[in-house]
Design a protein around this ligand. Sequence first.
Ligand code: DHE
Length: 553
Amino acid sequence: MRCVRARGHRWSQQLGWYGESLGVHGLVLIALIVTLAGAASAATPPTLSEEEMAAAEFIYFDRCSGCHGALRKGATGPNIADEAMLKKSLSELETTIFEGTDAGMPGWGRTGELTAEESALMARFVQIPAPTPPEMGLAAMKATHKLYVPVEERPKEPEHKRNIDNYFGTILRDAGKGAIIDGDTKEIVNVLETGYAVHIFRASATGRYFYTIGRDGKVTLIDLYEEKPKVVAEARVCVDARSVDVSKYTGPKGDFNDKYAVVGCYWPPQMVILDGQTLEPLKVVSTRSSTYDTNEYHPEPRVATIVASHHAPEWVVAIKETGMVWLVDYSDLDNLTMTQIGTERFLHDGGFDSTGRYLMLAANMRDQIVVIDTKTRKFVGKFETGTKPHPGRGANWIDPEYGPVNATTHLGEGMIVVYGADPEGHPEYAWKVVREEETGGPGLFLKTHPKSDYIWTDATLSKEEGANQQICVFKKADFAAGAHCWKATDHGKIVHFEYNKAGDEVWTSVWDKQGELIIYDDKTLKEKARIKGDWMVTPTGKWNVYNTVHDIY
Ligand code: DHE
């Protein structure tokens, strides 16, 4: 068995691996069959066999690079470059990987995602220099482009009587699939091949299509007019990705609804503009640039959240590592212009206020929320919340005392923090923390609806026994009364919420191999239904078409 020290050539092979020949299970199997070498001394970089490298690179991509970065320079997780890791003992690293940390790193062994052998392998992997994954340009992207149903062959109107507005797109993460569920009847309409570990669904401006983006950089276009929704186009435009959106603007500069799609890549660090109807890749814009504060070059600024502005033909693109927010004008791709706004580092997720004007984004490693005015196209300011804010798209409601507010949960502590979000009507509270209450534990998401009396929160990251199986809700009219919590499942973890179109039902996921969706009556908080089946593998996020088109959260 040939041993290699540190030089990465495997990413290029993985490019072909992801979702294609071996599939995820094959890759994980490789990790299981590797023979581990004995412990290396802390100061000497360990050697890994080719098989070990391949397995470790895949596990790193699958579980670690999202937080630590492909080059291990750190973002939502700390810098774990080999120099620093060599100062730690292998057993210390193994324990961290297996057990997790109080700072929010999951215990991959404890949760059953990695074996003890895989944790030991990863401890050795982080002590050698990070392999550099391959670049990906337009020609490589075009080679992956598949147009299954040309635009002119698509139905002119829905081929069914179902209510598309109340469809839910649901991720089946580890199956590499997405399900379309009829929110009126709770029937499964179709299960579709999407991409490995699909991260989000986004509804198109017209609500006719869903776009999905997989962690493997595969973007799909799903036509909901078809009797059984089908993937009508797909393309691979990144090696690693998390975000996708569509052009959503009609105005003096033209009608751009569904004209373009945009994918935000984690690796290569770039954004890719595609034809919104066919997914033909059109233009690549590198995000390699300098940090907003020290003006130092960063080799891996990843694209985090992307949203479509309601005020201009622009996407608002959060560049994680540099702390820049780009306003990218898509009205003239040949003469592309963009405004670059310096905000705060390690931008992650976020959403609009209830008017669709202000965008609030978490700079989670700086414990702050930054605010962009998409109408004046300027930075409004930033403020501290708690340890690692993680709003998802956030939640908007009218507080009886403070008027329109928005809120976030936190990765690093079980706390919901509420801040004023109405600079015109309530300037004294705007972008200031006005309330905070304990949730069930460190969590990922919160959600509400204008018609709801409640705000729903998960505690997915909690390490306390059973806490991540709870749901906690807060009453808008009596927020200070604190959380009302209950245990929702005796298996898996509760993650993410979405409302139906009417705003009277809340859907949540039991994130597990035998996953379920639990549907609650939002008025009584009583369970109404459970959707399960052998196809319901690791459901995570879910999106209602109407609420996603109209940014209702
Ligand atoms: Fe996510 C949103 C990145 C882990 C489920 N996640 C986002 C967005 C980003 C992001 C940049 C915003 C997209 C947008 O709005 O355009 N997520 C990352 C990571 O880097 C991170 C921390 C680590 C990783 O390796 O991916 C991460 N995310 C997770 C998970 O572990 C979750 C629970 C399951 C999974 O798929 O791995 C998860 N992320 C989600 C969901 C959203 C999301 C459900 C969208 C929330 C919404 O309501 O729109």
